[in-house]
Design a protein around this ligand. Sequence first.
Ligand code: SAM
Length: 282
Amino acid sequence: MATIDGLPPLREVIATYDLVAKRQLGQNFLLDLNLTAKIARLAGDLAGSDVLEIGPGPGGLTRGLLVEGARRVVAVEKDPRCIAALQEISAAYPGRLDVVEGDAMQIDMAALLSPPVRIAANLPYNVGTELLIRWLTPKIWPPFWTSMTLMFQREVALRITAKPGDDHYGRLAILCQWRSDAKIVMHLPPEAFTPAPKVHSAVVHLTRLEAPRFAADAKTLQRVVAAAFGQRRKMLRSSLKPLGGDVEALLKAANIPPTARAEEIELERFCALARSVAERDA
Ligand code: SAM
């Protein structure tokens, strides 16, 4: 059967290179190249960008990114079994695909890329949230990336995009929405993957803001939000006690009722609270 790029179908690639999925590496592969091309299109202007892909596996999304015109793809894969299959793709796209064998948690990826950089990945679920938090908390803002188009289990996607009052609203929503525009752009059922995971998935597209949406010190904001959501059902005058001092005065300065609960508070108010704490501690 003809494929979108003339390379072998992914089932054939998996058979040729014996890529039986390993659960400990979070391997749930996308084998439909029309679907991976669609995800690549959701990543934005690829022709003018370097694309960082984490966990290319047998290369379904990698091929989608290349077919959709990515200037260059840097693909970081931990499983050595996948490297030969990826080299075959690299040979078909001279100078456009660099395959890096290694652990995305250990490699300084920014150093491998030229701006503008877009990140696109069907992430291994065991490291996905951790990588997202790292990408959102660099030492200096703006970060090395312009946008991120990432597959997560649906529950994590809902946590990223949740608003006050939603069950999933919490620390991840605050961090993501403080520094980016984040939206769910695709839902996928378990059967879209081989093997099918137990959970549903969703693709989230995050576009960085050049400056955070509201002024606040990143570490102080994280401290405030961690305390607030550490006991999310309690009133803030009680859950914020770990911040020390006169909590009610801090809340008043941020224009937040002391009886409010974390799950009701908008990002702008959390940033105001972080500024009050920073001012008090200065
Ligand atoms: N992108 C492929 C696709 O869509 O079919 C594979 C996605 S699969 C969910 C996750 C991939 O990440 C696997 O190929 C796995 O080997 C790789 N992986 C797991 N942990 C990794 C890590 N720490 N660094 C780099 N790759 C990793």
